[in-house]
Design a protein. Structure first.
Length: 118
């Protein structure tokens, strides 16, 4: 049985990844060393890896499914409105049946929050 997918997200500087995920998105740090941090919130988890070479080549888009999109949107809008994605800065119903909004950091790591519309 597969339980969850946990992405590695490469950062030019680990502090930038922590700023985005912890300060702006409210994740908690589960582990941190010189080049790696494990962050989590509710059932979502990511490994932030400091590697400037990989960060320059890999700008991921990550989706987090939720059942509380309105609350998460309000929280992020109040805490860090500057990270709302310019093309997805409001919750919108998408043709594929999800209500979504997005955030991105200065290096173009993008996180889409989505909730089934039904």
């Amino acid at each position: 049985m597969m339980i969850r997918l946990v992405p590695n997200i490469f950062c030019d500087k680990l502090s930038d990844g922590l700023e985005f995920f912890v300060t702006c998105l409210g994740f908690a740090v589960l582990h941190r060393d010189k080049e790696l941090a494990v962050v989590a919130r509710d059932g979502a988890k990511a490994y932030l890896v400091e590697n400037p070479e990989f960060a320059a080549r890999d700008r991921p888009q990550i989706a987090i499914e939720t059942d509380t999109i309105d609350e998460i949107f309000q929280e992020i809008s109040a805490r860090a409105p500057h990270i709302l994605h310019p093309n997805a800065s409001q919750i919108e119903l998408r043709p594929w049946g999800f209500r979504e909004f997005g955030v991105r950091d200065e290096s173009d790591v993008c996180v889409i929050f989505r909730q089934p519309s039904r």
